[in-house]
Design a binder for this molecule. Structure first.
Ligand code: ADP
Ligand code: MG
Length: 722
């Protein structure tokens, strides 16, 4: 068994005077108490090697000594000079004062110490010192009270200001301790196994520079990189060293993903479903509108994928309302044209029915047969759908998660589409098979994915993106409410209602509940009560939430869609896919409870028609700075991609898609937000390396391959890649 990230050459040196090895436990070092070792363990430091791979989170950069005329009142500075006078002004115990003058060619300052009489013996006239502290102007002279003093030897040259590593700390561990450990063990870095051959380091440095990433020279070997990371000679060297480690971490990940992509394309068989110009024209003619440029581009990408004999694995991302459905419909019709079945899975029954209706309408008077499978079917209806699917009588099947249970069998399944993929969780890959081959797969998501996430969590998937909105959309105005806006807002809402528009009101909770412990959180039940007896009492107000029975929800949605209800008070159950073009106004209460992606999804509900949409966002109680930033971004930006990048910036990747679901290990040194350019280079190089050598069998790369397999083989199911 290999040990952690880099196997050491001298780890198994058995001679008794070999000294500590990389794998030596810190706890066994001389002078290491059990308590101290336990504190280090809290930082993840168990062995010497762990210490070498403890990455500083920042660096201290001591300012170079200033000249006297550069000093500013109250601004920290350091100064090099000679003590020219020193005197004890008072010796009264408890009130002693020692003062001295420090002088250099640029002038003189005074230093003062209270109750540190010993200073008089230290700071004798003629001593060279560096003082640092915060000068205060006193009359015409700057004074440093209790500066930090470094006494220099007469002969000593000015020590170069060195960058000092700042490590992540835990209780009871001091910076200086970690700096000392690093200094003590850095010589052992020679023993680390190099996973990136010199040639690769050189090529990578060149590619990085092409992307304006300022690395100096070739990427350094691992030992040199660690030295520059713990004890940098300069910012440039430190940056280059860090880039090497970041690049390595990302390259290892991207190699694994590239290998995964390659295998899923070559190992599985899918039915080739080519589309001729005639098929294309026939399908396009059935669509109720002409396609936008991005829709057409996505469709062409899908056509190319589906014509191959290995499964398409594509993610179609596009903002709410960008028109993804029609792209999916196209792909499904292409499957049917090629004599195969297609299945479309939606996260809710409401949405599944909506898709079913859309398809039925578009395929009216064609021979295509469409089935619907969802939880509310009777046993007999369900049996029919199962039978029709198995016999091939049903061409297109639409359904909810119910599709995943009960062992449905397809006659000849060619395509599997999953709508609103983010609602199912990233990890949950849909496994539907039929006819002995793997179907093509298209997943759709309205949560735009920042570039870095697309290259990592979805690294084994191809991506199509719709950014362009269909024509004729009204604009959505978003307002972040201030205190006391409620009356004005409800009066605005009444005006829109009187013009015939419909209105959503969204709140985070169903009932005013105990779980919020005294905090005031808006609930739909309370709001429904307040509105229907108060400001909106003259209108038909409906209530919708997830705790209702399915057919009740169904009836309420239908009533709203048909215009029999004016106002729908709802939890986020309306977030997903509902299409009511006449609803143009939305009030979001308790908005601090929602993430940016979710708010944006909600806003998408009122941008469907030709009337301008209006969204007003209210919060309960005080907003934290983070909440405030999020809501301000939401008010300013209507572009889902920009919001996704902002969300990523504010909250980090963890929250965005649920890191736990991604199946990828957390990064140790790379920061996907900051290092996206390095990631792009790593991805491109990994792809080339795998194209050239699919199993990475080049002996020069065996250490790199080992590292990749250790981190990813199990997670990505790479087997042992013989
Ligand atoms: P989403 O991407 O959120 O799933 P939909 O596919 O539901 O969006 O489309 C939103 C609305 O836009 C639908 O009413 C649809 O009919 C309409 N639409 C989609 N594409 C076009 C287009 N190219 N031209 C005009 N309307 C379109
Ligand atoms: Mg949709």
């Amino acid at each position: 068994m290999a040990d952690t990230s880099s196997k050491s050459k001298n780890a198994d040196a058995s001679s008794p005077d070999a000294g500590p090895a990389l794998s030596t436990a810190l706890a066994t070092l001389p002078g290491m108490s059990r308590a101290r070792a336990a504190r280090f363990a809290k930082l993840g430091l168990r062995t010497i090697q762990d210490m070498l791979f403890l990455f500083p989170r920042d660096y201290e950069r001591p300012a170079p000594p200033a000249k006297v005329d550069q000093l500013r009142d109250g601004e920290p500075a350091s100064l090099l000079g000679t003590i020219s006078e020193g005197e004890v002004a008072s010796r009264t115990p408890g009130k002693s004062v020692f003062g001295a003058i420090v002088e250099n060619e640029s002038g003189a300052v005074r230093i003062l110490f209270f109750n540190q009489a010993f200073r008089a013996d230290q700071l004798t006239v003629g001593r060279r010192v560096i003082i640092s502290g915060t000068p205060k102007l006193n009359g015409l002279r700057f004074e440093f009270v209790h500066p930090k003093v470094t006494i220099l030897d007469k002969s000593e040259d000015l020590p170069e200001p060195r960058m000092l590593a700042i490590y992540p700390l835990t209780d009871g561990v001091k910076q200086s301790e970690l700096r000392n450990l690093a200094a003590q063990f850095l010589p052992l870095a020679d023993g680390l196994l190099e996973v990136m051959p010199a040639e690769l380091r050189k090529a990578a440095a060149e590619r990085l520079r092409e992307q304006q990433i300022d690395v100096v020279g070739d990427l350094p070997a691992i030992d040199a990189a660690l030295r520059q990371l713990h004890q940098p000679d300069s910012d440039a060297q430190m940056f280059t060293a860090r880039t090497r480690l970041v690049f390595q971490e990302l390259l290892v990940m991207q190699l694994a993903l590239a290998m995964k992509r390659r295998r899923s394309t070559t190992e599985l068989q899918a039915p080739p479903l080519p589309s001729t110009a005639m098929v294309d024209a026939r399908i396009t003619n059935r669509l109720p509108f002409s396609l936008t440029g991005d829709q057409r581009k996505s469709i062409d990408e899908i056509r190319a994928d589906m014509s191959r004999q290995f499964p398409m694995n594509r993610l179609l991302q596009g903002d709410v309302g960008s028109g993804k459905t029609v792209v999916a419909v196209y792909a499904m019709m292409l499957a049917v044209a090629g004599n195969h079945q297609a299945v479309l899975m939606a996260p809710t029954e409401v949405l599944a029915r909506q898709h079913y209706d859309t398809l039925t309408e578009m395929l009216e008077s064609s021979r295509v047969r469409i089935g619907l499978l969802c939880g509310s079917l009777t046993a007999a209806q369900r049996r029919d759908v199962f039978a029709g699917t198995a016999s091939g009588e049903i061409d297109l099947l639409v359904g909810t998660q119910a599709l995943l249970y009960g062992g449905i069998e397809f006659h000849r399944l060619g395509l599997c589409v999953v709508d609103e993929q983010h609602k199912f969780g990233v990890g949950q890959r849909v496994q539907l098979r039929g006819g002995g081959v793997a179907p093509h797969s298209l997943v759709m998501s309205a949560t735009p994915i920042p570039r870095s996430i697309a290259m990592t969590m979805f690294g084994d998937v191809e991506l199509s993106t719709i950014r362009e909105k269909p024509p004729g959309r009204g604009k959505v105005n978003t307002y972040l409410a201030h205190d006391g806006w409620k009356d004005r807002w409800w009066s605005f809402v009444r005006q829109r209602l009187d013009e015939g528009r419909q209105v959503f009101v969204v709140a985070p909770r169903v009932t005013a509940s105990e779980e919020d412990e005294g905090e005031d959180v808006s609930s739909v039940e309370t709001v429904f009560e307040e509105l229907s007896t108060g400001p909106l009492s003259n209108y038909r107000v409906g209530l919708l939430h997830g705790r209702m029975a399915n057919d009740e929800k169904q009836a309420i949605m239908q009533s709203f869609a048909a215009g029999r209800t004016d106002v729908l008070v709802s939890t986020t159950v309306i977030e997903v896919g509902i299409n009511v073009p006449n609803a143009t106004v939305m009030t979001i209460l308790g908005a601090q409870r929602f993430g940016l992606a979710q708010l944006h999804q909600l806003r998408g509900r009122v941008s469907r028609g030709r009337h301008a949409g209006h969204v007003c966002v209210f919060t309960d109680g005080e907003r934290s700075p983070d909440e405030n930033e999020r809501l301000q971004v939401f008010e300013k930006t209507d572009d889902g991609f920009e919001l996704a990048e902002a969300d990523f910036r504010i909250r980090g990747p963890g929250d965005l898609l649920g890191r736990k679901q991604s199946g990828l290990p957390p990064m140790r040194i790379a920061d996907l937000n900051r290092d996206v350019e390095i990631l792009a280079v790593a991805r491109a190089m990994a792809q080339e390396m795998i194209d050239e050598d699919p199993d990475l069998s080049d002996g020069e790369l065996s250490a790199l391959r080992d590292q990749m397999m250790r981190r990813y083989a199990k997670r990505l199911d790479l087997g042992d890649a013989a």
